[in-house]
Design a protein around this ligand. Structure first.
Ligand code: NAD
Length: 249
């Protein structure tokens, strides 16, 4: 119950799915938790779900000034940060022939640029020791023909985690990635696919999955807890795959 007692945590993209499940678990484990998200309804619902002690911040990771402002709010409330969970992300199908520049920019700016600058801007308030967790995806490790750009942004993040682990190791800051397979979160409903296609896509994933099911956000959060806590104190630069065996197929 007290794996994160006394620790302060910031989770980007904490208003739904994996981020929200992690925020709930981390609060239960004794942490003081801040989350970010971008849409007002999602932020209000998350505040309701997490209770008044959680610090809920509106901050779009594409906007570097907004990242600065979020870090400042965390510093004002918590003074320092022990765990940074860089989780905000979007997934969109990217058919080679039809991808536009704005589609490319959206994926790259949220999934990669936003993650990089969140880490850079949080550095001054990170404790020594501290833990950074980055959400990658099995789409960055296997071929995903319809999601090539999404997979590329996540592969870039995996690379970043390895390189930054060496940059940060001596300072006592660990950085690791959690690499989910298909997880039942609202991310699928944000693909913009017609309902019948979305249903077919979900069924296709279930059939292909060795466990014949999606993971739950909580199953990812429990592994994030290991990376956030001192249980992983000698781990850095690693990526933990949590995919029910999907990437082995
Ligand atoms: P989700 O859509 O439920 O949550 C995404 C979160 O990111 C939300 O809180 C949203 O507000 C936030 N977000 C999106 N764009 C943002 C922006 N510009 N600025 C700030 N916040 C922003 O999806 P999820 O499945 O919980 O996704 C969380 C992470 O897990 C993402 O990085 C995603 O790529 C990754 N992931 C998800 C799956 C899956 O199957 N669900 C698989 C692999 C990896």
């Amino acid at each position: 119950m007290d794996k994160l007692k006394g620790k302060t945590v910031l989770i980007t993209g904490g208003t739904s799915g994996i981020g929200l499940a992690s925020a709930k678990l981390f609060l239960n484990e004794g942490a003081r938790v801040a989350i970010t998200g971008r849409d007002p309804e999602g932020l209000a619902a998350a505040q309701q779900a997490l209770g008044p002690d959680a610090l809920v911040i509106r901050s779009d990771v594409r906007d570097l000034d907004a990242i600065d402002a979020a870090i400042l709010q965390v510093q004002e409330r918590f003074d320092r940060l022990d765990v940074l969970f860089v989780n905000a992300g979007v997934a969109k199908a990217s058919p080679l022939a039809t991808v536009t520049e704005s589609h490319y920019d959206e994926l790259a700016e949220i999934n990669l640029k936003g993650a990089f600058f969140t880490i850079q801007k949080a550095l001054p308030i990170l404790s020594r020791p501290a833990s950074i967790i980055v959400t990658t995806s099995i789409s960055g490790r296997i071929a995903t023909p319809h999601f090539s750009l999404y997979g590329a942004t996540k592969a870039a993040l995996s690379s970043l985690v390895k390189s930054l682990s060496l940059v940060l190791a001596e300072s006592g800051i660990r950085i690791n990635a959690i690499c989910p397979g298909p997880v039942a979160t609202p991310i699928f409903d944000r693909f913009g696919l017609p309902e019948d296609m979305l249903k077919a896509k979900k069924q296709e994933i279930e059939v292909k999955s060795p466990m014949k099911r999606f993971g739950s956000p909580d199953e990812i959060a429990r592994i994030a807890l290991v990376l956030a806590s001192d249980d992983s104190s000698y781990m850095t630069g690693e990526e933990i795959v949590v995919d029910g065996g999907m990437s082995l197929t």
